[in-house]
Every structure is written in structure tokens, then in C-alpha cells.
Design a protein around this ligand. Structure first.
Ligand code: ZN
Length: 308
């Protein structure tokens, strides 16, 4: 009996969730938190308490989560709306506002977790990259331009990647999903909200939306090459910013043309032609032999892509 009731409740919340997800603001594969009735100044219940706890964790100035929708909560909600733009509920929190608050909380937790993870995983690499002498190691034999195997963790590679996650598609990989039937970057699968870091110093020359790329940031580097970071859920760096290795560019998402949450990382040479991002990364972490020929763009074996 009890199970049956729970199943009915799950079905109803499922219907609510799918109804709300029709709104374009939620077309991004992001979670929904439907079901809260409107909360406003003067209301006192457990939903208010839960919302207050979320706002406190998000950094808003509410002294204590006591379940009472008083002046401090009213100010915090109003500030949250002002900072999170696209909803205008004044100071009351209906289903949309509730949804936004808990999405923001999910995102903040993911950011904190991945920031910590990234810092731990790349401490030595960041130090090496900031120290040119240490970074000037010759690329090991057979490694030049070599693509990582799909499914490997970017953390295990000898050069730093902008995101910690699983390599889900490599450069030049064949597939019908891609324009030109070749993948022109490298994909790293990671949960929404995972931090994307600069791995080489660069200046933000583009920060906006670009068709299939979705939310995109482009960095220009001192040698005139550019690196592209696509499908973000959020851009953090601003146009004109000069980023150092380890600075945050944005957060992983699924904006633009994509089937799931991942970073599409792409690099261009001075003529704005797409080049192998692995070679690009390696030659900035590892010294290139002066006499070495340009890296061949080795096509990888044909198989179905796992991601866009
Ligand atoms: Zn891609």
C-alpha cells in the first residue's frame, strides 16, 4: 500500500518534471526540483527551512535556517534573483525559483568538488608548467601527437588537460555526427559544473554563444594559436581576461549541439586551421626537438563515436 502510494507520487513528480522541462531554460539536461508551493514572506514551514539552508550554503546572508520566511530570507531571495537573472518572482519562491536555487546549489557543490579534485591532481603539473625549466623536457619517443585511448582518465596523461574526466572522443575520430565526418577536437566527459581550467597562459578573445559550440570561450596564446572550450554550462572568464595555468575558464555543461555533458576542446594554428590538441598541449609542456618534423595528424581507427 505504502509502496503503491510512493509510486503514484513518483509518477506525478515525473509528470511535473517533464512538464517543466519543456521550458527552453531547462533544455540543457539539468535537473528539476518541482513541487514546492509558493513560499513568501511570513510563511513558516520545513520547505522554507530547506530553502534557507540552500541559500546559506550558496553564501547568502541568512543568520540561521529556522523555517521562518523573515526579512533576512526576503533580502536573500531578492538578491539571489538579481544575481541569477532570468526569473523575476520578486521575493516569493514558486516552483521556478525553487528549481533555480537547487540547481545553483548542485552546481556550486560540483564546482567545489571538482576544484579540489583538480588542485590535488595537478599540483605538480601546474608547478612544472609555471616553471619553464622543468617544463622543457623533451617529448618522449613515440609520444608526439599520440592520442590518448578513449575511456582513459585525462588525469592519467603526462600533460595536463583542461578538465578531469574521461576521454570520450579524440581528434580526427570518424563519425557521422560531426561536420566533415571527422571530430575536430578532443572530448572530455565530466559532470555538469566540473571546472574547466586554463592549461597554458592565454587571453580571452571570445566569450559567448557560437552555434553548435554552445557557450564558448576562446583563448589566444602568445604564439598566435587559439584554444577553444565549448558546451559550457557557465562561462566564468570574461573577454579580455588574461588567464594563467590553473585559472578557471568556465564550467562543463551540455550547451549547443551535444548529446551529453562534456568539454569539447579544440585548438587552432595561426592560420585558424584546426590542429591536433594533443600535439598542441605537448609542445607547450614538453620541449620539441628543433629538428623534428611537424607532427603527423594520425587518423584513429574507425568506430562509432560515443559523444557528439
Ligand atoms: Zn567534441
Amino acid at each position: 500500500m505504502r509502496l503503491k502510494r510512493r509510486l503514484v507520487a513518483l509518477t506525478i513528480s515525473g509528470i511535473l518534471a517533464s512538464t517543466i522541462s519543456i521550458s527552453p531554460a531547462y533544455a540543457d539536461g539539468i535537473p528539476n526540483y518541482p513541487g514546492s508551493s509558493a513560499l513568501r514572506t511570513g510563511v513558516e514551514n520545513s520547505a522554507v527551512k530547506k530553502m534557507q539552508a540552500a541559500l546559506i550554503e550558496l553564501g547568502y546572508d541568512i543568520p540561521v535556517a529556522n523555517g521562518k520566511y523573515g526579512p533576512a530570507t526576503t533580502r536573500a531571495v531578492s538578491k539571489f534573483y538579481a544575481e541569477n537573472g532570468d526569473i523575476d518572482d520578486g521575493t516569493s519562491v514558486g516552483p521556478l525559483g525553487w528549481n533555480e536555487i537547487f540547481i545553483a546549489l548542485d552546481e556550486q557543490r560540483a564546482v567545489n568538488k571538482s576544484e579540489k579534485e583538480y588542485d590535488e591532481a595537478t599540483k605538480e603539473e601546474v608547478a612544472a608548467q609555471l616553471n619553464p625549466e622543468q617544463a622543457a623536457t623533451v617529448i618522449p619517443e613515440g609520444q608526439r601527437g599520440k592520442q590518448p585511448a578513449r575511456g582513459t582518465s585525462s588525469r592519467s596523461l603526462p600533460y595536463k588537460m583542461p578538465v578531469i574526466g574521461e576521454i570520450s572522443a579524440v581528434y580526427n575520430q570518424k563519425g557521422r555526427r560531426w561536420a566533415g565526418r571527422r571530430h575536430d577536437g578532443i572530448d572530455i566527459r565530466a559532470p555538469r559544473g566540473t571546472v574547466i581550467k586554463a592549461v597554458v597562459e592565454g587571453k580571452v578573445i571570445f566569450a559567448g554563444w557560437k552555434k553548435a559550440y554552445g557557450r564558448l570561450i576562446i583563448l589566444e596564446h602568445s604564439d598566435g594559436t587559439t584554444s577553444w572550450y565549448a558546451h559550457m554550462s557557465k562561462r566564468i572568464a570574461k573577454k579580455g581576461d588574461v588567464l594563467q595555468p590553473g585559472d578557471t575558464i568556465g564550467l562543463v555543461g551540455a550547451s549547443g549541439h551535444t548529446t551529453g555533458s562534456h568539454l569539447h576542446f579544440e585548438t587552432h594554428n595561426v592560420n585558424d586551421e584546426k590542429i591536433n590538441p594533443v600535439t598542441w598541449l605537448q609542445t607547450r609542456v614538453w620541449k620539441v626537438e628543433p629538428a623534428a618534423d611537424p607532427a603527423p595528424e594520425t587518423p584513429v581507427s574507425e568506430s562509432a563515436p560515443t559523444e557528439k
